[in-house]
Design a protein. Sequence first.
Lengths: 289, 117
Amino acid sequence: MYKNVEEYLSALKKELKGVDKATLQDALSDAEEHLQTALAADADSLTAIIEEYGTPAETAQAYAEVEKRTAPALTGSQTKKKSSAIGRFFAIYADPRAWGALFYMLIAFITGIVYFTWAITGVSLSLSLSLFIFGFPVALLFLLSVRGIAWLEGRLVEALLGVRMPRRSLPAPKNIKILERIKELLKDKHTWVSILYMFIQFVLGNIYFIIIVTVFAFSLSGIAIPVLQEFFNIPVVQFSHSDYYLPQWEYPLVILAGILLWTAMMHLIKLVGALHGRYAKAMLVAEQD
Amino acid sequence: MPTKKFQKEMNSGTASLVLLSVLSQSEDPMYGYQIGKMLNKNRDIALRMKQGALYPVLRSLEKNALLSSQVEPSVSGPPRRYYQITTEGDETLKEWLEIWQEMKSFVDKTLEGESHV
């Protein structure tokens, strides 16, 4: 009945119309995980596996029922978790998403440079060498590498930003001529968007890096001022011959300001990380409907 | 078919209890496919629960903090969500088992006709 997992998923998606967005996401990823795992583990056909798993209608109904039943209990457990505003503000340090986003944004500085260099080199080499016969293998290699990089970046985004990047196994037709394959890759919008992503990543990576380093330095300086003044006798401001020291009563204030600034930054990083994840998904994942 | 509907209701009524106790007995975290396979191993095909119906129950147990989960990549195939029972889940399971025992003996007694006495 269903030729592949994608077909089942889109049928399930249709059946799930009207349920809450998160439930839809859960249902699709559960089904994808189960069917792919079963396909990899069993010798059974997809039809037999679906027979065991349930039709899209049955599965959709199961999610809808559970959602209906658990909604009140869920609101109960949420009120229990509620803590003070200050507690929630500092809870960011225990949030793996925020640290993942921070790490991702720092890495983006490096990957951005690598992507940019690779894309520039690849595009110009492919264009100029296409005058010659041996330009075609070069172009093909470059276009395939773009696919590979898009996939790799997807893994990175999924691991660090927690955005699911569904893996579409790309059908790689064999026994077709290089020229045909290149034509196919060139016609695919996905290739161009991926190259565009590689260029943009360079800009974003730089911006992320500069902002993070600047704010970090600023926060750290706030926290470090008392230590520098008291133990190392380094003034806060130094004009040609006059040193300016911060009065001691201001120490708690600058320390507090430093801590608050970086904590706020962590929230911002988490937010931007989530946005970047959505943008990466839109760019790197071939549309599915 | 009323019998089939009854079977489905029995399955969904006991799913939370069954899943929670499976994960409480298991030492390692388990993923959905593994759990479904284990549960259906010794059951008659007609009595089997659709495996797709297990996942929403797992999700809702997790939302209620009785289970925790973690997505991990697998060697072959897609990443899997591994579920593990929480301390809260273990405590809740104890309460559920008491309810289950009471329910079981009540139903048994009723079926044997003792409740008329």
